[in-house]
Design a protein around this ligand. Structure first.
Ligand code: BGC
Length: 414
């Protein structure tokens, strides 16, 4: 097969999120939600992958595998544990991580908010409060005052469209919805506020008020960061599923419009790039969503090698901004790791084809995820990692897929 060479300086990396790997994020709303009676979380995040302490070993591994970039989150609840009080020691911690990445030749891509927010923010009305965008922008500026001389890629908010997407697509199934309601009621009691005022981003930010606040928060953060340094690339990341209408279907049109296009227009056009996060294709016929039984991931979503290219194309058409693929992956353990390799390679070939034929400007690919980590409500049951983690010893074992993708990175193509 002919070698497909990606553009010079293409970023090949792995992605993580603070709460999913750091461990002991005790000031964050997810930590609180995990502990509440009747919680929808299957288990506690606890020590997670202890990335907070093991970051040097992890960055060594990322470099040894051959990657040239690393997407990681900084945790708002650690950096600003009480309103307006910024922890120098936590900012120094993230600064050391950035320095270590650079020392190892790894380009750091920072996410400022990946689903979790400080507990105090949520008890002050959370994402439904009109004050939250300004608070987010203030925090973003503080972080970038410290990291902005070395970090050139920043994602403001991860997947503002995910809560709505989960609701509209009926992905919060079984006991999850009643559990969310129970946990929300418990949390509201704890803070002496109404359940309506308790609004964590994940999974509650589904109403128009929260969405408008998220858009405003992104816009203000972009402005604050650019006021410090115009050379920093700032963007939002969005969860984009490839929606295919086999037959005309209103549900498909609504999902495409309300989940993909609206967020690309209102958020994606603000900033310097768009972070595309894609995991699947959803097909619709005239009756609605088609139930698929083949080519499924362990989480039950369809693996379709064209979905990544198609969603990048949509994002580029709507925003005309460069694309950074900030997540793409599949939850498979060791046994199905060969399927992961094939899926990623096929997806990259389709991506290459689309970059060539459709002239879409893609700057990098960050695989989700570097490590098997805390998969939110599912606890440690998802295995998205290129690298397996022993939950007792924290020993990391790269899967063959880690080496396969590392090689693609070293060769800048396949
Ligand atoms: C999220 C990650 C999550 C992944 C796999 C993405 O939507 O950003 O935090 O682990 O999907 O479910």
């Amino acid at each position: 097969m002919t070698k497909l060479s990606f553009p010079k300086d293409f970023l090949w990396g792995v992605a993580t999120a603070a709460h999913q790997v750091e461990g002991n994020n005790i000031n964050s709303d997810a930590w609180l939600m995990e502990q509440l009676p009747g919680t929808m979380y299957e288990e506690l995040s606890g020590d997670a992958c202890d990335f907070y302490h093991l970051y040097r070993e992890d960055i060594d591994l990322i470099s040894e595998l051959g990657f040239n970039s690393f997407r990681l989150g900084v945790e708002w609840g650690r950096i600003e544990p009480t309103p307006g009080q910024f922890s120098k020691s936590e900012l120094d911690h993230y600064s050391r991580i950035v320095d270590y990445c650079l020392e190892k030749g790894i380009v750091p891509v920072i996410t400022l908010q990946h689903f979790t927010s400080p507990i105090w923010l949520i008890s002050e009305g959370g994402w439904r409060s009109p004050d939250t965008p300004k608070k987010f922008a203030r925090y973003s500026k503080k972080v970038m005052e410290v990291l902005g001389d070395r970090v050139k890629w920043v994602c403001t908010i991860n997947e503002s469209n995910t809560p709505l997407q989960l609701t509209i697509n009926g992905l919060l199934t079984g006991d999850i919805n009643p559990a969310i309601e129970r946990a929300t009621n418990e949390a509201a009691k704890y803070f002496f506020i109404s359940p309506e005022e308790f609004s964590p981003f994940f999974p509650n930010a589904t109403d128009e008020k929260s969405i408008e606040n998220l858009i405003e928060a992104h816009k203000l953060a972009v402005e604050e960061i650019h006021s410090l340094n115009m050379d920093i690339n700032v963007g939002v990341t969005l969860s984009l599923q490839n929606i295919v209408e086999l037959e005309p279907c209103q549900d498909a049109k609504d999902v495409k419009e309300n989940i993909n296009k609206r967020f690309l227009r209102d958020m994606g056009r603000i900033g310097d790039f768009v972070g595309v996060q894609n995991y699947t294709t959803i097909k619709y016929n005239s009756k609605g969503k088609v139930e698929e039984r083949e080519n499924l991931s362990d989480a039950g979503v369809v693996l379709d090698p064209v979905s990544l290219a198609e969603t990048c194309k949509l994002a580029y058409e709507i925003t005309k901004k460069p694309i950074l693929i900030t997540e793409h992956g599949v939850d498979f353990g060791d046994e199905k790791d060969p399927i992961r390799i094939k899926f990623v390679e096929d997806s990259l070939r389709e991506l290459y084809r689309s970059m060539d034929e459709d002239k879409i400007d893609v700057r990098g690919y960050m695989h989700w995820s570097f490590l098997d980590n805390f998969e939110w409500f599912r606890g440690y049951n998802g295995q998205f990692g290129l690298v397996k983690v022993d939950r007792t010893t924290q020993v990391r074992t790269p899967r063959p897929s880690a080496h396969a993708l590392g090689k693609i990175s070293k060769d800048n193509g396949l």
